[in-house]
Design a protein around this ligand. Structure first.
Ligand code: TXA
Ligand code: MG
Length: 325
């Protein structure tokens, strides 16, 4: 069965908003590319994005909001970020800013980082959907991982139409820009940095800032391929981590997975049922919670099956275990 693909109207947007509030996924048009949207405050809904896209690891996602005032409830703006928001929002510019401590955003949208990527889309369907849902929408491009970004509703149906996680595709016609948003970071004590070139030209941004953008250091994966969307500065707990643990030692606290966890002395359980989507939803919040109570102890993590979202969970855990500076 393929997912319903419906012309965007007040009625279908209301239906889509309802699906989002129930934790389901909706693909919607923006001026850049189609997004695969979920309630950005719902960990499980956000985990479903990764599941539907088949992403091998958790990249942080862009959060779409109604306007600057809403963005300010989630992120802390630097003076330069203020200038760029004033000049380019709504539009194809994404700002990566420190998360506010009191934001209700899922930690998974930030892939555990202390920053969040945020933008105000300039598309009436996207805007009406955010308003109808009454919450921020996390949305990566609505394509299967490794495939090109969709600029028409038909592309989304081709790429993700068979995913049972997708409630519907809102068709708003072809995207005007057809290119993903430009992503700018604001490193503490550093210059604004071009993290991903995109819909808004570098020169236009530099004109507003009155200074050149810094270049993001090229990132490469284990195979040495450059992977622009991937940041090395992922969150890693302070406590050392030991993985695939079935028997915890005295100086460890155990992060469990599955029904056996309580009998093994786990302090927290990623998923009692052994459900990988639930585990993904809990991963970053539980790592942080255990890190906070570690007090010199190591974190031990039970084995997580290497299938479905388990692959992304294991990727993240092995990075956290390896990132010892
Ligand atoms: O035009 C777009 O940006 C589209 C539409 C749907 O808005 N979205 C999109 O999302 O392209 P996605 O997930 O495919 O790309 C998000 C980019 C990635 O390069 C990601 O690494 C970066 O934004 N990003 C997100 N959060 C970040 C963060 N906290 N720190 C650094 N980079 C971040
Ligand atoms: Mg993408």
């Amino acid at each position: 069965m393929t997912v319903p693909c419906v012309t965007a109207s007040d009625e279908t947007i209301a239906e889509a908003a309802e699906a989002l509030c129930e934790g389901r996924l909706v693909a919607f048009p923006t001026e850049t590319v189609y997004g695969l949207g979920a309630d950005a405050t719902d960990d499980e809904a956000v985990a479903r994005i990764f599941e539907a896209k088949g992403r091998p690891h958790f990249n942080p996602l862009i959060v779409h909001v109604s306007g600057k005032p809403e963005a300010e409830t989630h992120a802390i703006f630097t003076p330069e970020a203020e200038k760029l928001a004033a000049a380019f929002w709504p539009g194809g510019l994404t700002l990566v800013l420190p998360r506010r401590a009191d934001t209700p955003l899922s930690l998974l949208v930030s892939a555990g980082l202390d920053t969040v990527a945020i933008r105000v889309p300039a598309h009436s369907v996207a805007q009406r959907l955010i308003a109808a849902a009454g919450r921020p929408l996390a949305a990566p491009s609505a394509n299967a991982s490794g495939k090109v970004s969709p600029t028409r509703a038909e592309h989304v149906v081709e790429s993700l139409g068979h995913s049972p996680l997708l409630a519907m595709v809102l068709d708003g016609g072809p995207c005007a820009m057809g290119l993903e948003s430009t992503v700018i970071g604001f490193p503490e004590g550093g210059r604004p940095t071009l993290l991903r070139p995109g819909a808004v030209a570098r020169g236009d941004i530099e004109k507003v800032l009155g200074a050149p953008l810094a270049e993001a250091a090229p990132q490469s994966d284990e195979a040495g391929r450059s992977s622009p969307g991937q940041l090395a500065s992922h969150y890693a707990p302070n406590a050392p981590i030991r993985l695939n643990v079935r028997e915890k030692e005295d100086d460890e606290i155990l992060l469990g997975f599955g029904p056996d966890a309580p009998s093994l002395g786990a302090s927290l359980n990623l998923s009692v049922k052994g459900d990988l989507t639930e585990a993904a939803a809990n991963l970053f919040a539980m790592l942080r919670a255990l890190d906070d109570e570690a007090e010199g102890r190591r974190l031990a993590v039970m084995p997580v099956p290497h299938e479905g979202l388990g692959e992304a969970i294991n990727d993240r855990l092995s990075r956290a275990a390896a990132d010892r500076k």
